[in-house]
Design a protein around this ligand. Structure first.
Ligand code: URA
Length: 201
């Protein structure tokens, strides 16, 4: 009856209010759970298609991301965009990009375990909302954190892992590729592997 009248039951509205993108964005932008809130310019939530099949996860915002509020907007982001384009993807369509941490660690130092522990629930909620078919973990930090391992990127590449019940593939971080051109071919292999895996899902 309520549905026929175009009204949602109250419990559903409540569910939407506490579980959707809007409350999550508000929670992240006001987050003070770790000391990074004292040094950030702003939080860097995530960007892209909120119903994407692909979810790409990096480490943490850098200086440009902290300044502009979106992930991967610096040089590494430009490389990421062109790698995505090479497999027919773009951050506007069917791709969602987020980081393990939503705030910039000062001086681009590695995130601490405490920061990761406090920030991980935000990422998990993003994954729940996007419901991607496949996650691409970019770089050693994202891969090791999500998979809870110390293993090297090279030993984690080329296989399908699982995170939060979803297939996860590991590749190099675009910033690393900017410094290590010889590994670009391997990153390309990873993307082709990821695309093939996606096609089989
Ligand atoms: N490196 C990351 O891991 N994430 C960004 O958003 C930018 C650089």
């Amino acid at each position: 009856m309520l549905a026929e009248m175009g009204l949602a039951p109250v419990w559903r509205l409540k569910n939407r209010e506490t579980k959707g993108w809007i409350p999550l964005r508000a929670t992240v932008s006001g987050c003070t759970k770790c000391a990074l809130h004292q040094t950030r310019t702003q939080t860097v939530f995530g960007v892209g298609d909120e119903n994407a099949d692909w979810m790409l996860i990096g480490e943490a915002p850098g200086a440009e991301e902290d300044r502009l509020g979106d992930p991967f907007v610096g040089q590494a982001g430009k490389l990421l965009d062109s790698m995505l384009a090479a497999i027919g993807l773009s951050r506007q369509e069917n791709v969602y990009i987020a980081n393990v941490l939503k705030c910039r660690p000062p001086g681009n130092r590695n995130p601490s375990p405490e920061e990761v522990a406090q920030c991980s629930p935000h990422l998990l909620q993003q994954i729940e909302l996007v419901k991607p078919k496949l996650i691409l973990a970019m770089g050693r930090f994202a891969a090791q954190t999500l998979l809870k391992t110390d293993a090297s990127i090279s030993s984690l590449r080329g296989r399908v892992h699982r995170y939060a019940g979803l297939p996860l593939i590991v590749t190099y971080h675009p910033a690393y590729l900017l410094r290590t051109l010889e590994d670009k071919a391997k990153a390309w292999e990873d993307l082709v592997f990821a695309r093939k895996t996606m096609q089989g899902l």
